[in-house]
Design a protein around this ligand. Structure first.
Ligand code: IPD
Ligand code: CA
Ligand code: CA
Length: 255
């Protein structure tokens, strides 16, 4: 199955790469901050057609609305283009993210870094990979030496839920905090040991599903801000290398 997910992620990635820098039609979903382009839709359609053809009994939850209920235990979670704002503005940081859940467990995940042509992938119990190379989280245990990342949901202006306070508090403690605009890639960058941790509020299942299995298989931890294990529907996510977790939990829960 993983081989197939990688193949379709790359196919969707080619559509995105081909559309990058062109004058794509952009629509507003809820407001001017929340965009969808014709490329998001074309990428989703390609992935959905593939799932329906090859796994006709499986269920699908996809960001742009191609949802369906099947008779098997498998549920595909699809973000056809994670980082649409970057894509629309010509910033080459975005990904395709596809995860598969069986009953309540994530069994496979692929995040395709479209412009760098890096496939992050993982299957339950088999480790995490960037293309053919196995990846591991970093070993840094000092918050002051940490490079961290976060993001802000589209509704942050109406519903900040202390995002800014958390950002300020962590920035004062870490070496640096980045905000690059693709949660799926952020999580994979923890898995690859680039970031020591990542947190965000109000992400959606398709932003985190594939990244969750990839980071866990790379030795990372995935919790909410109380340190409890989460599922893909959680409104808080903290992904770390397992070494700076306590300090981050402290900062995130108190600010
Ligand atoms: C967004 C990105 C971004 C995160 C937002 C997401 P989209 O996904 O992952 O990094 O901060 O919360 O909605 O809309 O570009 O697929
Ligand atoms: Ca997304
Ligand atoms: Ca998206």
């Amino acid at each position: 199955m993983l081989k197939n997910i990688i193949e379709i992620s790359k196919e969707a990635g080619s559509i995105i790469r081909e559309g990058f820098g062109k004058n794509n039609i952009v629509e507003f979903k809820t407001d001017e901050g929340n965009l969808v382009t014709e490329i998001d839709k074309r990428s989703e359609k390609t992935i959905i057609n593939f799932i329906k053809k090859n796994y006709p009994k499986d269920s699908i939850l996809a960001e742009e609305g191609s949802n369906s209920k099947g008779s098997s235990d498998n549920l595909w979670i699809v973000d056809p283009l994670d980082g649409t704002t970057n894509f629309t503005h010509g910033l080459p940081i975005f990904a395709v993210s596809i995860g598969v859940i069986k009953k309540d467990e994530i069994i496979a995940g692929v995040v395709y870094d479209v412009m760098n042509e890096i496939v992050y992938s993982a299957e339950n119990g088999s480790g995490a990979f960037a293309n053919d190379k196995q990846i591991r989280v970093s070993s840094n245990d000092r918050i002051g030496r940490s490079l961290l990342a976060t993001g802000f949901a589209y509704n942050v202006k109406d519903n900040p839920q202390h995002s800014f306070e958390k950002f300020t508090a962590v920035t004062k403690s870490a070496r640096a905090v980045r905000r690059l605009g693709s949660a799926a890639l952020d999580i994979c960058h923890v898995a690859k040991g680039i970031y020591d941790g990542f947190w965000e509020i109000n992400l959606e299942p398709w932003d985190v599903c594939a990244g969750m299995i990839i980071s866990k298989e790379a030795g990372g931890t995935v919790t909410d801000f109380s340190g409890e294990e989460i599922d893909i529907y959680s409104k808080q996510i903290l992904v770390t290398n397992g070494k700076v977790t306590e300090r981050l939990l402290n900062l995130l829960s108190k600010n």
